[in-house]
Design a protein around this ligand. Sequence first.
Ligand code: ADP
Length: 679
Amino acid sequence: MDHERDEGNLMSNKHPNRVSAQQPPMDEQAQADQHDQQPKLTMAEATTFLDVSPDALLIVDTAGSIVLANRQAAQLFGYAQTDLIGQPLEQLLPERLRTAHVAHRDGYVRAPRVRPMGVGLDLLGQRQNGSEFPVDISLRPVQIERALHVVAAIRDMTTQRLLEQERALQATLIDLAHDAILVCDPINRIRSWNKGAEDLYGWSEQAALGRISHNLLQTRFPSSRGDVSTSLEQIGRWEGEVVQTCQDGHVVTVESRQLLLRDEQGAPTAILEMNRDASLRQRLEQAHAPAHVEVLQKRTFLHQLLDALPGGVCVVHGLDARLVLANREASRVWGAVWQLEQSLQDFLEEHHIRVHEVSGRALPPERWATLRALCSGEAVLQQQEVIRQPSGASLPTLVNAVPLASAYWQSLGDSVPLSRALPRQPAEPLVLVIYQDVRLLKEAEYFKEEFIGITAHELRQPLAALKGAVGTLLLQTARGHGTPLADWQQELLQDLDQATDRLTDLTDDLLDVSHLQAGRLALQRAPTDLVSLARRVVERTQKTTTQHQVTFASQATCAEVLIDPRRIEQVLSNLLTNAIKYSPQGGPIRLTLTLDAPVHSAVEIQVQDHGIGIPTHQQARIFGRFMRADNAQGIGIRGAGLGLYLSRTLVEQHGGQIWFESREGVGSTFFVALPLEDV
Ligand code: ADP
């Protein structure tokens, strides 16, 4: 059993040379004296003594052999009791220490004396399974059957050593702390004084130990010292600010926490005191006070600004759109209050809120403007979303979702309201979402559509009457009935006839548009041969012009599709009329029909002209309502800008597509693709 500070005992080996076989033998008289003082036992007494002892005990003879071992000793070293008898004592030591131990043992035998437990040696034992463990040992010489023996009481110190290590760690930690940590006895004498206390107050540990803490530090308590003592007595702790004086005379304000420790009987054993310099915090607070006020002002301002906005404003972050902030109007838009850090989808599900397209179809989450902007990192502007609120009410909105640079946002720091909810990870996308309530706009649009519908409807009858009257007048006078017309009268009536046609076309278009908007334009599908339909429209169109050669070409002789023939005729007629109208110089116009076109459909129709073309910058909007290109208007070609809008809507209602290629001054080709599945 090893030790650090060798005292030459039975089981130590650190300085084996100090006690060696060559050491001169003890004075004989001294040996005789000691012999007289040693307890004398018979072997039977020694056995009984071992059996009744609670400690692990071994009795060893002067040759180092184990003579007796009790059950506790056998258990401690992992042997059967009988196996230990007759074994050399060194068997219970780690091998590397055995040789040296023999010398220690010999030395002890020459001058045997009592060595009590806990003399502070670091001794080691070894179990039968080879594992080592720290032990403490007391030794006592004893006469058994008139021969010198040694009784060794052995204690396993494993737990004790661990506790000691832990305590050493705690002491290191206490020294590492910036706070001043003091342990005082119940009458406030300083028992422990850490490095933090040295740094704060200036006294070394040595100078502080034993002094009454509040005398040394001239502590001034907020009320009285009595209050502190009462609090410690009654609730075991006290917290507050105290003013203390350091060794160099300067005064510090400290935040003090004190704890009264008691023993098992409840008697006070120590006061634990932890003091933190508050002057630094106070100085910082004073320095930051103006900035803090400014931050508060900014925060209030931003709050007011957001709440004053007419639209719902939200800022969300993360791919699941968790809420960072929202203004008051946002809650009105949703009809519910969105909690900070709640994801958009969770919020909508919790309150049974739905998002729809204008058509009434449910809008899937991946198409919500907010999630689109978060995922793509690009702004989604003017997306129409209808919000079905928890009450069941529907709110049409226009949504703008604009990604924000999170660095910019974070630079606002505390000035942003609810800054605690700001994204922690700068890499997370951040999006500003603005919801505009377009209920009023929708109502205005509805009234406008209604007005157009009624007006167009009311115009139809008088127009038809006018057309009929002009036609009859021209026909009857041509047949010689009534007074013949002068040339100028004839021309006037022809102009009137054409104007009536244009006005009739316009009112028809307007009526169609208003029916479309109201969702009342239903297709009347019927199996139709598209080849003959297209040929018919071409032939009819050719009759309206002498300047243009309108030709028809088709691979197939027949292409039967399930369409509304009147509406598809309207589309082709519109494209051909446009081709003529926007080719004022005349020229060829060609309608081509192809089967099995590659674009989502099997029938493709092209209408090609060599007219004025459409300026590039207006091409993206040319299918819009009332949209007309500048060049067409510039040269005085009349139109209302409804034909293409109607054509696109009708083609799309058939499940088809319409698009064009055009170069200004060169010409245009319009394409219509219709699916064959419906045939
Ligand atoms: P409208 O012809 O009554 O003005 P449309 O909706 O049919 O209305 O056409 C919209 C606009 O598209 C026209 O005003 C014209 O500027 C342009 N456009 C249409 N077709 C052609 C074409 N074939 N060539 C050049 N411009 C065209």
